[in-house]
Design a protein around this ligand. Structure first.
Ligand code: SF4
Length: 364
């Protein structure tokens, strides 16, 4: 584990929760633990911190979530092809620090690393949703506002989740991560109802931009191990960054992946090139002024995000798709947050409906 905590703050009403007990038991003795009446206040930016967002990542706040846990993926929109992903928010923020991460803008107002002690309520929400959608197969992920497995050795949440999904035929869990934190996963039988999905980047992106994450090789080796333990494994090539030499580097990354992971065992590839709002780009460049990956030329897309010029994106996608198809012709691929025209030009077909793609990815 490449990350450490400065402090643990526990909301009074969660003192006797199973999560608080696990955190207190596992946290290293030098990390101070304190208690507050309202955990939301501990998640606010700390005054006087030079980098309030970075400081928030190192302060774990155990609290009860007040809002619903389950929502449609916030990336979904009528203008993009959509994968029908449902988001279960069990934590907010992440101890790793990728220079391009959208959380720098999205969570600037409450950057504390929040973990929700009442996550049993999330499972009740899911149960109710599944009852309302008989016959549908839903893919539900916890890796939108947090990395699904960061600090899992402290929180132990993955075991409860995997066991919950293992007992339900219509639900598939996706744990999305850039860690190698798989020890808890190896202790439970997922009954093929959990996909562990690694975000993969070439070494150049990892070294410049993905601070405190596991190396791409370590992620790939972890994928092999969870496959052997009965999990499904998926891969997100996202963000794909269009730097000089990117096509070669993504090709080498995929060569390494296919050397370790049998292509026919892969659940899916998702792809998306780097996209940033102007506000995010400003924040990212301020926090990571020497990262060359943040300096590419971009154009403003109709959705208000900056992306590489469409012909450059399409050429890079095609190179990557060609490499995947050469080794894994039957593995589903989809693009994230791209317009249908780009989707057609890259994958040669109309984007499927969100329900159809969601069902395909969930069932495997
Ligand atoms: S691992 Fe994911 S959530 Fe964590 S900082 Fe990187 S991009 Fe953000």
């Amino acid at each position: 584990m490449n990350f450490e905590l400065d402090a643990i703050v526990i909301e009074d009403r969660c003192r006797s929760s199973a999560l608080a007990a696990r955190v207190i038991e596992k946290v290293p003795p030098h990390v101070p633990v304190s208690y507050v009446a309202d955990g939301r206040e501990a998640a606010l930016p700390q005054t006087g911190a030079r980098d309030p967002f970075g400081a928030g990542k190192r302060r774990m706040v155990v609290l009860n979530r007040r809002s619903p846990f389950l929502m449609a993926c916030p990336s979904g929109s009528a203008e993009f092809a959509c994968c029908g992903y449902l988001v279960l928010t069990l934590a907010s923020n992440c101890p790793m620090d990728c220079s391009y991460c959208f959380l720098q803008e999205y969570l600037a107002g409450n950057p504390g690393f929040q973990v929700y002690a009442n996550y049993a309520d999330a499972l009740d929400e899911l149960e109710r949703l599944a009852k309302r959608a008989p016959g549908r197969h839903l893919r539900v992920g916890t890796g939108e506002l947090a990395d699904s497995l960061a600090f899992d050795r402290i929180t132990g949440m993955s075991r409860d989740l995997v066991e919950f999904f293992a007992a339900r035929d219509g639900l598939t869990l996706e744990l999305k991560t850039k860690t190698a934190e798989i020890d808890n996963l190896l202790k439970v039988d997922p009954k093929s109802h959990t996909i562990v999905a690694w975000t993969l980047s070439p070494d150049a992106v990892f070294r410049n931009s993905e601070h405190r994450t596991a190396s791409p090789s370590a992620r790939i080796k972890s994928a092999r191990r969870v496959l052997e333990a009965g999990y499904r494994a998926g891969f997100h090539l996202d963000p794909i960054i269009a730097y000089a030499g990117a096509g070669r580097d993504y090709g080498e990354l995929l060569d390494e992946l296919f050397d370790f992971v049998p292509p026919e065992r892969i659940a899916f590839f998702s792809m998306g090139t780097m996209r940033m709002t102007p506000g995010l780009r400003t924040a990212a460049r301020e926090r990571f002024s020497s990262d060359p990956m943040l300096l590419g030329e971009e154009v403003l897309s109709p959705d208000g995000r900056l992306r590489a010029f469409a012909p450059i994106r399409i050429a890079l996608y095609r190179e990557i798709v060609g490499r995947i198809k050469a080794s894994a012709p039957k593995v589903p691929m989809y693009l994230c947050m791209e317009q249908p025209g780009v989707y057609r030009r890259v994958l040669g077909a109309e984007p499927p409906s969100a329900a159809a793609l969601g069902d395909l990815l969930a069932r495997g």
